[in-house]
Design a protein around this ligand. Sequence first.
Ligand SMILES: *[C@@H]1O[C@H](CO)[C@@H](O)[C@H](O)[C@H]1NC(C)=O
Ligand SMILES: *[C@@H]1O[C@H](CO)[C@@H](O)[C@H](O)[C@H]1NC(C)=O
Ligand SMILES: *[C@@H]1O[C@H](CO)[C@@H](O)[C@H](O)[C@H]1NC(C)=O
Ligand SMILES: *[C@@H]1O[C@H](CO)[C@@H](O)[C@H](O)[C@H]1NC(C)=O
Ligand SMILES: *[C@@H]1O[C@H](CO)[C@@H](O)[C@H](O)[C@H]1NC(C)=O
Length: 631
Amino acid sequence: MWYEYLILFAIVKECYAVITQLNDTEYGRMPALFELDDYDTCLRKFNSLYCLARLDLFADPPNDLIAVINEYSEYTAKHYNHSYIERGVCIATTCKKYINNTNSNILDLNASLEACLNQTIWNNYGLQAKLTHIFYCNKQDDEIKYDWSDWLFGGILAVLVSINIIGSFYDLMLEKYYQDKKGDKYNNENPYILCFSIPRNWESLRSIKLKDYRVEGLKGLNGIRVITSFFIPIAHVMWLIGTGFTDNPQEIEKASESTHYQLIFNGLMIVQIFFVISGFLMVYNLEVLSGNVPVTWSLLPNIFLYRLWRLTPVYFLMILFTATWLRYLGSGPLWKLYVMSVVSDCRQYWWAHIFYINNYFPEDKACAVHTWHLAADMQLFVLGSIMYIATKSKGRSLVITLLLLFSMAAPALHVWFQDLDALVIFKPEFYRSFWNETYRYLHVLGHNNLSCFIIGMVSGYFAYSWQKNRVEVFRHKIWQYLAWCVVPGVVGLILTGSVFYTETRLSLVIRMTYAATHRAILGVITAFVILGLVFKIENVQRHLLEWDGWVVLSKLTYCAFLLHLNMVHILLGARTQLGHVSFFYVVINHLGIVTLSYLAAIPLYLMVEVPFNRLIKTLIQDTMEMNKKKL
Ligand SMILES: *[C@@H]1O[C@H](CO)[C@@H](O)[C@H](O)[C@H]1NC(C)=O
Ligand SMILES: *[C@@H]1O[C@H](CO)[C@@H](O)[C@H](O)[C@H]1NC(C)=O
Ligand SMILES: *[C@@H]1O[C@H](CO)[C@@H](O)[C@H](O)[C@H]1NC(C)=O
Ligand SMILES: *[C@@H]1O[C@H](CO)[C@@H](O)[C@H](O)[C@H]1NC(C)=O
Ligand SMILES: *[C@@H]1O[C@H](CO)[C@@H](O)[C@H](O)[C@H]1NC(C)=O
């Protein structure tokens, strides 16, 4: 009968009731998500243990409170899952009654801990708790065990530092020699050792001399790069408060309702700006190059090797550091949870990072997560340059169009087949569990970020040819007005992501359309900005972006980008008390981390990045001179 269906429907509906909001009194009835006993005083006690555990809440028979908890947790777009809780417990104080001898075997500990926590929860809330996971138990004298990888990193560090010291002294001695014998050129100087001279590299960091008019036209890119990478760490700083062990998690649950948090959450898309720049520079440089030498297949390995050589030394050092010394840089109740997971993933997957394929390994959850961008960029670069050479003579516009269509279809198809969201939605549980399907299966994969790279390539091509043929494309006044719309436009685009923070997911078509288009739209805006800089559409903003300071900062950006995430890990792991959710903390932490990572980037840049860059340049020069001599 039709009304039977109606009743059935009503029942089904009832089962899936979702509580979207609770007032403070109601919220306070639920057990706190996180609690941490005092760590240092605990470990100071004789024979003490400090355990970090996860418990599932239940009630048998079910009661009103557990229903509220489950229904509240059902709203995953905005709420944490309150049906499990995490506790840092000092056995010697909190569970004294349950443990006769803390040295007893671990099975005993397991049962006692459960009984102890269950009793506390039972007394306070009338719920039962089942121990589902003991992350680890810390003792006072956990000894440090160094292994060969620690020595490897230490050895490499020592070698690098000594070469730099030798190089610097060598440079200073040469200088003195020149001063003593003016004008008499010392012919036997070794250019390879001089690559490691810190004074010289410092000069090259400070210098803002630009080589020719072409590079002059691209000066504003430094501004874009620095400003964009200034905002990148905010998303990671949100970890500090979103990941849990905070005393007011309800603030995170309310966060998606406020504009400033929405800007941070959906601001994840600004990384696309880098892909546009990358595609632009690749084509532009290849076009410039093809003015001097024929760009053919035989040049390709050299181009790849040069790029790998420029990026990899610093990157490798950072991964090696993360896999080794990072774990000794702190301690605390949460250290193993937040830092050891990163370290162990890096020990397992370092090779995927070195080969720039880590973004296709979803199992690699924690190791240097920000470097998915490097991997994707490398993959796009390889694809783009192969395409550039393959279509040198004909078919370029056809291939570009096809690739652009593919690049927009790919994310949409992912959404369809894997039932993903249109963009990464910052559900509270994403931070807590480190896992989000849209992030892993869509956001970080190289081919899903292709559209912006292609748009960048196209604009690089046009920029070069318009510059060469002195075509004035942007003479009309309307372009100037458009230039002023860029910043509001980008902010507006970012805010459109907020429509996806709803109780029930939006329909598949909307999600697919958004997934297909939003990157490309941002890409077109960015391409317009770059062309605007090259062809000087609007002067106020251009002068802002062409400030000399950006040039210097931009050189440090790569190192700073690589370094910043480890600071987040350290801050997270070194916490001994519950954190506090507040936007002000986000801002302060963000500014602190950005500043620190730029400061830490200076020695890395001077002692690793520049020396290795100069090394390859010297090598190339030498081989070219040798070839000339042979001819
Ligand atoms: C909170 O909600 C409960 C149930 O909906 C209600 O009984 C209570 O009066 C509310 N408390 C406040 C302070 O609004
Ligand atoms: C919340 O966590 C519990 C326990 O791990 C799990 O059974 C439940 O499915 C989760 N709820 C949601 C909505 O994910
Ligand atoms: C502790 O040991 C005493 C005697 O050895 C025993 O009676 C008691 O049940 C034990 N308590 C627990 C919690 O195991
Ligand atoms: C939790 O404690 C209550 C009260 O002591 C008890 O009735 C219940 O069986 C315990 N549950 C578990 C899972 O230990
Ligand atoms: C606790 O011990 C029980 C019984 O040996 C085991 O089934 C369970 O997995 C253990 N729980 C944890 C969190 O280790």
